[in-house]
Design a protein around this ligand. Sequence first.
Ligand SMILES: [Zn+2]
Length: 395
Amino acid sequence: MIAAAALALGSSAAFAQQAPIDRAAPRQAGVRPAPSTLEGGLWALSDRMEKQIQTSGQVLKDKALEAYVSDLACRLAGAHCTDLRVYILDAPVWNAFMAPNGTMAVYSGLMLRMDDEAELACVIGHESGHFIQNHSLENFMAVKNRSNIAMALGIGAAAAGAPSSAQQVVQLATMASLMRYSRQHEAEADTIGVTKVQGSGLDPRACARVWRNLLAEFEASDQRALRRRASGETGLLDSHPGASVRADALEAAAKSAPDDLDLGRARYRAAIRPHLLDWLRADLRQKDFGAALHFLERRLAEGEDVGVYEFMRGEAYRLRRKEGDLARAAEAYGRAIQAPDAPAEAWREIGYIALRDNDKLRARTMLETYLQRAPNAGDRALVNADIAKLMEHRP
Ligand SMILES: [Zn+2]
């Protein structure tokens, strides 16, 4: 199938013969385009990208969460349900994308920040809008220099389905360019998204919130050019028009929705809760403390998962190391251990702050509590050695 696609599309001369078309026909549900067509070639390329995703080691291993997000995608995509395959990518990236063959990828960094099921539905509905309207094909038809794309599509035949890493880079760059949508495409996908969210019984007012929350986080960010952080990624964020313009349009589109629609907040939070700590840690490794603290405070204001969020607030201060941050960290850890879901590390960090303050009794108590709460801690030997030292020096 790949060889046939390469035959039809393997040279730029073949592209030049394609009649120029502005709009592609919307996709027919459940139909895979013939390999000899332009669209079939894009699918073959997407298939290779999907294989790369599957073997990348980046796919989150959580069947329950995968099923939850896939079910949501199905509810939104309707007849196109069976065309979609959802992958949750475990990386602190605020993004999602959809390849021409129905591969949908949602990053954990985006899922972490969605307030509820309705917000995630807005993202998925938007991406499925690109898919259903065949925007990638329209993009392809609009590309002026197609030689890179021809090369990417031709590679599969020569390499017999096992492209080298250099070829993979070309293919991924090609996919990226195909998924870099125009404002018109984005606006269209937004409209489809809102309609689908409301159609599935969820509250479409969530869609504007996705962008307002992101904007607020940009404003709190340590990095002025936060957007550019995602420039190596393809999809939702790259080519989108100003977030506030989109939020306004989305708000207007959802205005007449009934008031009693579901947000699916509790369902959503329960689904992501097992990953909360890991995702927050990965997020903090980005070292954008301004954005991280803004997000943590937004969550803490809700009074849920307080042990986890306060612990991470403590971590953000401890790692930021600005004047007064250690005291702020100690306060946050202290609030964390009042909550039933505090990670054991909160006691350890309080212990080491007490040690720095020369409060040896408190340090010892806290470090011992840490080891009781985390019997399999990787740093057990180290912490035990510190406790032993504390006992030697006891007055
Ligand atoms: Zn988009």
